[in-house]
Design a protein around this ligand. Structure first.
Ligand code: GAR
Length: 189
């Protein structure tokens, strides 16, 4: 059994999707042991409804050090599912190859500092892009820079708003995230 820790900051729809994918067999032989949030958010309520242990560590300078103490020893994968804090270099190096993130654009486009959530969709529309999407990638100390595991594309239509684009990107996230997790869990050690 592979043990997963999920980090969240928001509504947790990707967390819900991962839990559903474990229940319905899209992700095999895995369990979410812990959900950690860096702020009060609806995702914590979802985790509790799913009967998953939760911890709230307020965001800030000591977050990564506090988080490190909470990660169970038998953890195989740390999944950032709408998690908005930046993890320390020490943390990303300690868990190198074991942390993945979902980002709401086609990286390397529209990644980096300040590029999260709705900011990304606004920037994509302002740039006149015809295409956007989502990326699942390994997490390194560089923001949104790690190796890409899977991407999914969506069209940016003529009258697209950041809100309609966010909804489309969420739908593609729900398709690629379970596939990416299953793929990473099957990589031989
Ligand atoms: C998702 O679209 C995810 O890609 C984005 O936050 C949203 C969380 O939604 N993550 C980032 O912007 C990280 N840079 P959710 O809470 O409903 O899963």
């Amino acid at each position: 059994m592979k043990n997963i820790v999920v980090l969240i900051s928001g509504s947790g729809t990707n967390l819900q999707r991962i839990a559903d994918a474990i229940s319905n067999g899209e992700i095999t032989n895995a369990k979410i042991n812990l959900v950690v949030a860096d702020r009060e958010c609806f995702g914590l309520q979802r985790a509790e409804n799913l009967h998953i242990n939760t911890i709230l560590i307020p965001r800030g300078k000591t977050f990564s050090a506090e988080l490190e103490k909470c990660i169970p020893k038998d953890t195989d994968l740390i999944v950032l599912a709408g998690f908005l804090s930046i993890l320390s270099k020490e943390f990303t190096e300690k868990f190198n190859g074991k942390i993945i993130n979902i980002h709401p654009s086609l990286l390397p486009e529209f990644g980096g500092k300040g590029m999260w959530g709705m900011n990304v969709h606004k920037a994509v529309i302002d740039a006149g892009e015809k295409e956007s999407g989502a990326t699942v990638h390994f997490v390194t100390s560089g923001i949104d820079e790690g190796e890409i595991i899977l991407q999914g594309k969506v069209a940016v239509d003529e009258h697209e708003t950041p809100e309609t684009l966010a909804e489309k990107v969420h739908q593609i996230e729900y398709e690629i995230f379970p596939k990416a997790i299953e793929k990473v869990l099957k990589i031989p050690l």
